[in-house]
Design a protein around this ligand. Sequence first.
Ligand code: ATP
Length: 237
Amino acid sequence: MSALLQVTGLAVSYGHIEAVKGIDLVLHAGEITALVGANGAGKSTALLAISGLLKASRGAVLFDGVDLTKLAPHQIVARGVVQVAEGRAILTTLTVAENLALGTYARKDKSGVAADLEWVYALFPVLRSRRDGLAGNLSGGEQQMLAIGRALMAKPRVLLLDEPSMGLAPLMVQEIFRILKEINLTGLTILLVEQNVRQALKIAQRGYVLETGKIVLSGSGQDLLDDPKVVEAYLGG
Ligand code: ATP
């Protein structure tokens, strides 16, 4: 198994408060890695530092031999590390198709765009049927699909997701996790940040548990699901 992206000693502070306290993570090529933990554990902060939207105070994020903490967010996207934002961040006054087109701005291979659009519409048929409608008229779950679709249009090599299940009805949560697995089966490497610990670990090959800014447990998704500490703290056991 080769490490596609490696986080070492990553720390991030808000003023004097260190929210992420020196974490190590490895994303293996083609795997889903879940970063789970309670509200406020520092998951979003870690993800924002990987995508360059927050500055790391210490540590490195190595991808293709380059330390991403030294790059600007647009340079990180151009290298193929693309984040689907929490709260979706789609543009509600643009159409579905226009939102998807926004994902392609950093691409140099314009020829592949049409094929990827077909793939995204095949993954999310509702986006095809609503493509000329305003994104603001989509349901919450459909907006999450659009946010994922837009990130896929950037042709990522690593997809970073921040709580894609947040605020969605249970059936929609199931559907989103099913589609993430389908996307992963095409070979795409995914880092999935979730409070929905059970669902995330179920689809992840590897997982890390974050508590108050530190990794306290790691292992295969199944090992963590079976771990008594995880069961007790996160699975209502
Ligand atoms: P959630 O699931 O709620 O997003 P999380 O695990 O992603 O939780 P973070 O949002 O990364 O956690 O927050 C980690 C810590 O940093 C928390 O104590 C939070 O209060 C604090 N924090 C987050 N954003 C800021 C900010 N902009 N300024 C100051 N402190 C912040």
